[in-house]
Write a protein that binds this ligand. Structure first.
Ligand code: NZQ
Ligand code: ZN
Length: 385
């Protein structure tokens, strides 16, 4: 196991009715800016629950944060903070609203050009405003981590950053808020955490028994409950287990002390930047092809994955690896997510644009060995056609 620091300061308030506990988490003098997305939080009544919990406080609201949140929109919120003496940010929504809030929290305290936050991947962030979240779409893990991804369509860029200053102070996770998710977002909310776990687990052995066992349990939970959530969207325990799995998939715990990959994510971000494909869908396209391509370096872990996650025990090593990759693709398709680039109108010309974008964004040494260059990404994308 590698050396690691593990410190996750985010308080989780989990369960039915927990939005009612919001007020007592905030300082008496906090001047709160509520941030939300395109209207789902209003339609589903979650915003009403938030306003009711905070009744008596002066609240300011900023709506309209897009899926794949945009840089220019975030900067408008930064302006609003300055004009209204806001002291605390409250994100109400999915990963996009939370990611935008993280960037806004950092940009509001940043002296230079905020674009530097993204191009330095967060290294320049030395402070951020305090913020919290009310999660309505379990998928990204953003509610309990310090990362965010911001899109700048003018520059054709979707760039990640992270900073130890960008953990939420607290996050409220009420599984009942997820009942209104359409099937497409339920599926995204299963496949995104699945790939988060794989990116931290399916690399090479580092004798990290707890991290591996934990990762395998989280993967098996998604495989068992993901399809059931599509069939029974208002089953509380299914939604509660999926919500907590998505949080644990990317809160630092299973990634502590182990090698990490993230090539699928970085290639996937370029597909979204190109044509707006949902984040989880880009991962479902890239991952099976990447696992096939990297089956040499990932051999030992692929065999462990076949056995401990998919119960594949028969046949030669190569047969079992093929079966595990096939099972992964079949699971994504079972969730209703297509796994081929052709399903998303991405052809040879678009693949070249993705490869160029990886080069332009300095994504040139991807994967757990830093060995995946843009030319390797081209081969992987062609295999995903
Ligand atoms: O915008 P509104 O109207 O609120 O609707 C949203 C949006 O259209 C809707 N929605 C959210 N909660 C709902 C709901 N609809 C009905 N009922 C509810 N309870 O769902 C749509 C998608 O929301 P979005 O927040 O975009 O989805 P997700 O949570 O999947 O977030 C995706 C973003 O997170 C980034 C992705 O790149 C992408 O930009 N990621 C962030 C990560 C992180 N911070 O750690 C890691 C991930 O790998 C990922 O890159
Ligand atoms: Zn993801």
């Amino acid at each position: 196991m590698n050396n690691f620091d593990f410190h996750n300061p985010t308080r989780i308030l989990f369960g039915k009715g927990r939005i009612a506990d919001l007020n007592e988490q905030l300082g008496a003098d906090a001047k709160v800016l509520i941030l939300y997305g395109g209207g789902s939080a209003e339609r589903t009544g979650v915003l009403a629950q938030v306003r009711e919990a905070l009744v008596g406080r002066t609240l300011i609201e900023f709506g309209g944060i897009e899926p794949n949140p945009r840089y220019a929109t975030a900067l408008k919120a930064v302006e609003m903070i300055g004009q209204n003496d806001v002291t605390f940010l409250l994100a109400v929504g999915g990963g996009s609203v939370i990611d935008a809030t993280k960037f806004i929290a950092a940009a509001a305290m940043y002296d230079g050009d905020p674009w530097e936050i993204l191009t330095s991947r967060g290294c320049v962030v030395t402070e951020a405003m305090p913020f919290a979240t009310v999660l309505t779409l379990p998928a990204t893990g953003s509610e309990m981590n310090s990362g965010a991804v911001i899109t700048n369509p003018e520059k054709g860029a979707k760039l990640p950053f992270s900073s130890p200053h960008c953990y939420p102070v607290f996050s409220i996770l009420d599984p009942e808020t997820t009942y209104t998710l359409p099937a497409r977002q339920i599926a995204n909310g299963v496949v995104d955490p699945f790939v988060h776990i794989v990116e931290q687990y399916l690399t090479y052995p580092s004798d990290a028994r707890v991290q591996d066992g934990f990762a395998e349990t989280l993967l098996r939970t998604l495989i068992e409950l993901g399809p059931k959530a599509l069939q029974m969207p208002e089953d509380y325990n299914i939604r509660a287990n999926l919500m907590w799995t998505a949080t644990l998939a990317l809160n630092g715990l299973i990634g502590a002390g182990v090698p990490q990959d993230w090539a699928t994510h970085m290639i996937g971000h370029e597909i979204t930047a190109l044509n707006g494909t949902d984040h989880a869908r880009t991962l479902a396209i890239v991952l099976p092809a990447l696992l096939q391509d990297q089956r040499g370096p990932k051999r030992d872990k692929l065999l462990q994955y076949a056995s401990n996650v998919w119960d594949i025990h028969d046949g030669s090593d190569d047969t079992r690896i093929d079966a595990a990759i096939d099972a992964t693709r079949a699971f994504f398709e079972q969730m209703g997510i297509k796994t081929r680039l052709g399903d998303y109108d991405v052809g040879a010309a678009e693949i070249e644009r993705i490869v160029t974008a990886l080069q332009d964004h300095d994504m040139t040494t991807l994967g757990e060995h830093g060995a995946i260059a843009p030319s390797d990404a081209r081969r992987i994308l062609k295999a995903a056609a």
